[in-house]
Design a protein around this ligand. Structure first.
Ligand SMILES: NC(=O)c1ccc[n+]([C@@H]2O[C@H](COP(=O)([O-])OP(=O)(O)OC[C@H]3O[C@@H](n4cnc5c(N)ncnc54)[C@H](OP(=O)(O)O)[C@@H]3O)[C@@H](O)[C@H]2O)c1
Length: 243
């Protein structure tokens, strides 16, 4: 099948961390990038750092129906064949918060809702790749339980939907890294604010350090530019502790 938008990528969760690293890498390699997250100012900063031209940003809250509908309205008519969902992460825990519901919304339901709109468009074209940032915590549980459960739900969704969609040449797969640090993400912040917690995390890493956001983005690039169909419905782990 001929890709319709061969050098264009939509990245959710692109204002920091793995999403930002992917945006930088793909732009450097000649892609035009659509960056999505809530923080417009941060997205503008990321956009300003990208090589090349034709990039755009969309600021919206993807856990809300309003935000999801806004994104769909903005991109559906020119949807890239490649989508990378870096959206996800930890939620606030405190009085009046509902970490179970919020974790599910952020790490699972928001992605399913967007894909429900995107996938029919990709099926029409008979080409498309959707990468999902899951976590090894989905399998080894070494994280906040609501987060781990939401990533486990994401895994199940990717495996079940990914197998069905292969018949239409649509490839859904998920990546499960252990701790990842860089581009202002959670562990980059914890390194500065809570060195003890950071050291404890490092001792649990088989690599002797967290993986970097640049390493993960390069790995994603290598997967989406390979014979990607063999990954349809698969979970790809970069954490040996789950085996
Ligand atoms: N870091 C790790 O150790 C690690 C390990 C395994 C898997 N992962 C997964 O990898 C992905 C990226 O993680 P990361 O640590 O690199 O980045 P991160 O710091 O968790 O950043 C998450 C991104 O999602 C955006 N976001 C959060 N809530 C949003 C919402 N309601 N609507 C729209 N965008 C929203 C954030 O931007 P705004 O705040 O501007 O909205 C940000 O760009 C996540 O799915 C995470 O669960 C991370």
């Amino acid at each position: 099948m001929t890709p319709t938008n061969p050098k264009r990528v939509l990245i959710t969760g692109a204002s920091r961390g793995i999403g930002q690293a992917c945006a930088c890498l793909f732009a450097k390699l000649g892609y035009s990038v659509v960056l999505v997250a809530r923080n417009r100012k941060k997205l503008q900063e990321v956009l300003g750092e990208l090589d090349g031209a034709g990039h755009e940003l969309i600021a919206c809250d993807l856990t809300s129906k309003l935000g999801q509908d806004f994104l769909v309205k903005e991109v559906l008519h020119k949807l890239p064949d490649l989508i990378i969902h870096c959206l996800g992460g930890r939620v606030s825990v405190g009085e009046g918060q509902d970490p179970w519901q919020d974790s599910l919304n952020l790490n699972f339901l928001s992605i399913v809702r967007m894909n429900e709109k995107f996938i029919p468009k990709l099926v029409e074209r008979k080409v498309g790749t959707i990468v999902h940032l899951s976590s090894s915590a989905a399998l080894n549980g070494q994280a906040f339980t609501p987060y781990a459960c939401a990533k486990a739900a994401l895994n199940r969704y990717v495996v079940d939907s990914g197998q069905v969609l292969l018949a239409d040449n649509i490839c859904l797969f998920a990546i499960m890294p252990p701790a990842v640090e860089g581009h202002g993400n959670y562990w980059a912040e914890i390194k500065k604010s809570d060195p003890n917690k950071y050291s404890k995390m490092v001792t649990g890493q088989k690599l002797g350090r967290p993986q970097t956001t640049d390493e993960v983005s390069e790995f994603i690039y290598s997967l989406v530019t390979s014979q990607r169909r063999i990954l349809g419905g698969c979970l790809v782990s970069t954490d040996p502790t789950i085996y």
